[in-house]
Design a protein around this ligand. Sequence first.
Ligand code: F6P
Length: 563
Amino acid sequence: MAINPPIDATTTQAWKDLQKHFEDLQREGIDLRTWFNEDSQRTAKLSFDAGDLHFDLSKNLIKPETLPLLANLAKSVNLEERLKAMYSGVHINNTEDRAVLHTALRRPVEDEGKYIVDGQDTVKDVRETLDRIYAFADKVRSGEWKGVSGKKIETVVNIGIGGSDLGPNMAYQALKPYADAGISARYISNIDPNDLAEKTKGLDPETTLFIIVSKTFSTLETLTNAREAKAWLLEELQAQGAIDGSEEQSKDAIERHFVAVSTALDKVEAFGIDPRNAFGFWNWVGGRYSVDSAVGTSLAIVFGPARFEEFLHGFHEIDEYFANTPIEQNVVALLGLINVWYVNFFGAHSHAVLPYDQYLNRFPAYLQQLTMESNGKSVRWDGTPVTTQTGEIYWGEPGTNGQHAFYQLIHQGTRLIPADFIAFANTPNPVKDGDQDVHELFLANYFAQTKALAFGKTADEVREEGTPEAIVPARVFTGNRPTTSILGDALTPFALGELIALYEHITFVEGTVWGLDSYDQWGVELGKVLAKQITPAISSDDQALAKQDQSTQSLINFYRAHR
Ligand code: F6P
């Protein structure tokens, strides 16, 4: 089915209405203190629940009457139609002629037969693959699956990069308290040999299982690291006397210690991994949208199939909420639209994600690929140039660490940086410092920061503290620094699935308003091609070196002189 050309949002009446609204707000004064004082129901009007997550949008630079205007913008670019097209398998990734069906990865078994796309029963195939992964995970967890010398697996090492690393790595860190089978995970991604060297340190080859994860099974970093890992394993096993180095025993060792995840199962076999030990996914799953596919095999092993299912249920909960809630009350859609509001009307360049949960320490890095590889585009899905800024720079660190690093700029800098504050009411590590519950001390910071950012501190308030006049300006906080507070009960597999799906759909909403194909990533190709061309020039090929531009030649010459 052909997709409709993008609508230039800036030409719509809804955009003009938002522009007028923005100018009206500026004229009357954008001031959260005033808005909170004038409307005792402001927080109630701007609070939402989706799944078991709670959202307070009231410290954003919007008024309740902004919401219908934002919803009109979504309607004017046919958000609902595009959402239906995505969920039903239309090839909305038109530059790669692919469906975008990560939502099928978490559909329940009852949906088998309902999502037939390009002749494939997507949900049936998903569930069949999950069954194979779960059976394998159970074997590894129980010790039925043994290494070549008969030992139980204690460490899984995921080798992948981008979407084949960031998602499972982030989720592994996030869900560590749920690891219950005595198995830990490590993640190797960088082609820099330092990564593999450090991550294999102290590993016992006899109890290590490598999972090679690559959607295309052609990514330079992953295949290079996979070959290195193979060499490491065989060498170490032999050194420990676990194998004798014969071809037969080496083959057996690879079979017991290497599995693969890919959409290109033929390439997996060519690489030397038994196809029976390979788990597939499909080209309608983008790499950065794949943590809940076979790409999450390391998670199914460490946390178990039941937890992985809970994770999938969390995604599905938000998928359903997003698809079935009217836009005006749909907090997932509204958050995407509010981001557009900041980027295109306030001129914001970046967006901070500040989890108040140490287990979410890789969440901002994960979101960087999700959002920036998706919406870092300058042309729309029909090839025409965009007419607005697109794609914020996502960044962040867990609180409270960030407070002692970059929050200064968010509080008092010249830039407007919308920020998402994420926290959970319960911790798996309750601790007391004397009578003080440390989690409450932690959460006090979570609550205090958004309050300080919203309401600031006036010069008079600073003076009242007896501050010398000369220092007063330095101690004023202007306030009106926008934040969204997201609160959950606990960081469970379900809640993590909800959070990921939330940001997947926020990314989709923004991409739709901007007219982008959020599911291709042509911008990463050129560097890969040039790296291949440059490789011979680096070591010794002077002819290849002479073909480089003067800066590249000069840099390589420095390298050659210093290696
Ligand atoms: O280079 C970008 C990219 O294609 C990402 O989109 C993807 O997640 C990553 O590389 C890894 O690709 P693969 O899973 O095919 O190895």
